[in-house]
Unconditional design. Structure first.
Lengths: 256, 375
């Protein structure tokens, strides 16, 4: 029988009691949980406002026990800017996929970062448009088959993947930008630390923060969940190297 | 309070500040840029939020976010910029949150030009963004009215949880006139029961969204929006009438076109022509009822606009074919001269008009060649 004494795993306070709509094996659930745990550990659930994107995580607002708004496709960083500017003492975060952030929302994310908006962005990179059924995204790997690159992404006609963390790290308004992966327990723990640092960056008023998370999409990739995790490790990590792309001096001094 | 000389755009900016504007998000575009420039000085001076966004998309989505937080805010733009904002306006409408947007209209379509136009009437009044929604749309014809309607727009937007647009042609935005500013109102947070400003230990979480996957729920939202629009139609119609008591003919025009028409009507009256003017101030809600009543007792209407006859259709809908409706418009950023409208008044009051003539077709025939030598 489960008692408080032998309980080792429970729903974090940052979550509502809602069954997931995500596909089996998808790492969105892991990413959601890490964010909820961090908000709980920082004691900021009450003053957090989330901004959901368009994509699979359009329903992110169902799961977090915080205020939430739902942005037009790609515009979450602009919406978050509006909220944070009028409520500077709140914690504001966006949760966006690769189509949302790196394609249609490229203008909004770059300028939010350039302005050094005190926001935290959780960026899920699973190399395709999940919700619409697995089309090519800006992060789709060269040669990778999707429903809109049926012969594999041909870089001659369909361009090259975009590395967002590296790109945003060049901007002076950025306090903290890193890339992590969700493909195994060790990397999940590192991802959680990074998410904590990103929210701490915001809490300390040190500018824009983003954690890019390499994620799976078993359904649209046509793989089992286990094979999907292997795909991330073997193919996505080499294309999107993990690492800290910008940790501003002030952020490096934060002690957790 | 004294009257001061104000430029239309700057007057709108200062009026919004005095109405308690807490946050402004904008992007430069002629002929509205003075609003952005003025507020870039004024808002920080008062410790309020000003952001020059990366685009009109950015600006209106910042508005969307801040509106969800429940503060008084505004964005301003001009025709092409407002087109960009239409995506988010639809979301704002679907989310049922108050938002004020000023459109200082210029010639179009496309990049068009920067001269005064009323070509965005349909976009503002009959939608523009996707889905079923009706913004409240106010149309000032002078700097004073631009001030007064800017102040009113915040109250209407909040009262009906709706989008309130102020549409003015570049003339009103750019010209200077003596006008009186309202008293400075302090910032006030209304503590709305819908705002997503953080639980802060006081309440359950709130979600603001425009997504309703269940069609029945979406239809309920559509019906809620519609019932608010009907309440707006019932309570908020505003217009100005001139010389209508004994009028045999009625000119209908809004904004600058209405103002030029007033000069023509005054001259016509001196010439003994019994003509009056109806100038809608709210073009949405449209003053259907007063036009309906007038149609029962006058000999005909002349609609004058700085477009190809967009409000014309709303007038025809109210007149219901009972008396002839004629049209005179200039487009592309051309402002009609008083003499042009006076000629039209003389024409309709001295010729036999028919309800069977398509007013736009007849106008186009008369317009060829163009009356002021451009042709």
């Amino acid at each position: 029988m489960t008692t408080p004494n032998n309980l080792v795993y429970d729903r974090p306070e940052g979550f509502t009691d809602t069954p997931t709509h995500y596909c089996p094996g998808c790492t969105h659930g892991v990413a959601h949980r890490l964010v909820a745990e961090v908000l709980e550990e920082m004691g900021v659930i009450d003053k957090t406002i989330g901004v959901a994107p368009v994509g699979c995580s359009v329903f992110a607002y169902n799961y977090f026990d915080t205020d939430f708004v739902e942005a037009p496709h790609g515009r979450a960083p602009a919406m978050a800017t509006g909220i944070k500017r009028v409520l500077p003492d709140r914690i504001v975060f966006t949760y966006q996929g690769d189509g949302d952030l790196a394609s249609i929302g490229m203008g909004e994310i770059v300028h939010a970062a350039a302005r050094g908006e005190n926001l935290t962005v959780i960026f899920i990179n699973n190399a395709n448009y999940g919700m619409t059924g697995g089309q090519m995204a800006p992060t789709t790997l060269p040669g990778m088959k999707t429903t809109s690159s049926p012969n594999g992404r041909d870089v001659e006609t369909q361009g090259f993947p975009i590395r967002m963390a590296e790109m945003l790290a060049t901007l002076d308004g950025v306090g903290y930008v890193v890339r992590r992966s969700l493909h195994d327990p060790k990397n999940i723990r590192l991802a959680k630390k990074a998410i904590r640092m990103a929210f701490e960056t915001q809490a300390h008023g040190l500018g824009f923060s983003m954690v890019e998370l390499l994620s799976t999409c078993p359904t649209n990739w046509g793989m089992t969940p286990v094979d999907s995790l292997k795909f991330v490790e073997q193919h996505m990590v080499p294309a999107f190297p993990l690492g800290d792309y910008k940790v501003a001096a002030g952020v490096a001094q934060i002690k957790i | 309070m004294t009257r001061e000389l104000w430029k239309g755009n700057e007057a709108i900016a200062e009026a919004s500040v005095r109405a308690g504007l807490e946050a402004y998000f904008g992007y430069p575009i002629t002929p509205q840029t003075e609003i952005l420039e003025y507020l870039s000085r004024r808002m920080p001076e008062l410790g309020r939020t000003f952001v020059q966004a990366e685009s009109e998309l950015g600006a209106i989505n910042m508005v969307y976010g801040a509106a969800c937080a429940g503060v008084r805010l505004m964005s301003t733009s001009s025709s092409p910029g407002v087109s960009l904002m239409m995506e988010c306006l639809s979301y704002i409408a679907g989310t049922e949150i108050p938002t004020v947007l000023v459109n200082v209209m210029r010639g179009g379509p496309g990049l068009g030009n920067i001269a005064p136009s009323q070509g965005d009437y349909n976009q503002a009044v009959h939608g523009g963004g996707h889905g079923d929604y009706q913004p409240i749309v106010l149309a000032p014809a002078s700097v004073q009215e631009a001030i007064d309607l800017t102040v009113l727009s915040f109250d209407l937007a909040e009262k009906y949880r709706a989008i309130c647009m102020v549409i003015l042609d570049g003339c009103v935005g750019q010209m200077m006139e003596p006008a009186q500013m309202p008293e400075m109102k302090p910032i006030r947070r209304a503590n709305w029961d819908w705002a997503t400003d953080g639980k802060m230990g006081k309440r359950e979480r709130r979600v603001l969204t425009s997504i309703y996957l269940d069609p029945i729920e979406e239809e309920k939202t559509n019906l809620r929006l519609l019932s608010r629009a009907r309440a707006v139609q019932k309570n908020e119609v505003r217009y100005k009438e001139y010389f209508l008591d004994d009028a045999e003919f009625v000119i209908v025009g809004f904004g600058t076109a209405g103002r030029v028409a007033l000069s023509a009507v005054r001259t016509a009256r001196q010439n003994g022509i019994k003509v009056g003017l109806l100038r809608p101030i709210t073009v949405s809600p449209f003053p259907h009822q007063v036009i309906d009543q007038l149609a029962g007792r006058v000999n005909g209407f002349l609609v004058t606009e700085m477009n190809a006859g967009q409000m014309l259709e709303d007038v025809r809908l109210a007149v219901k074919g009972r008396v002839p409706v004629e049209f005179y418009g200039r487009m592309g950023g051309v402002v009609p001269f008083t003499e042009e409208i006076l000629q039209e008044i003389k024409r309709i009051s001295s010729s036999k008009l028919s309800v069977d003539v398509n007013p736009r077709d007849a106008w186009l025939e008369r317009m060829s060649p163009l009356p002021v030598g451009e042709g």
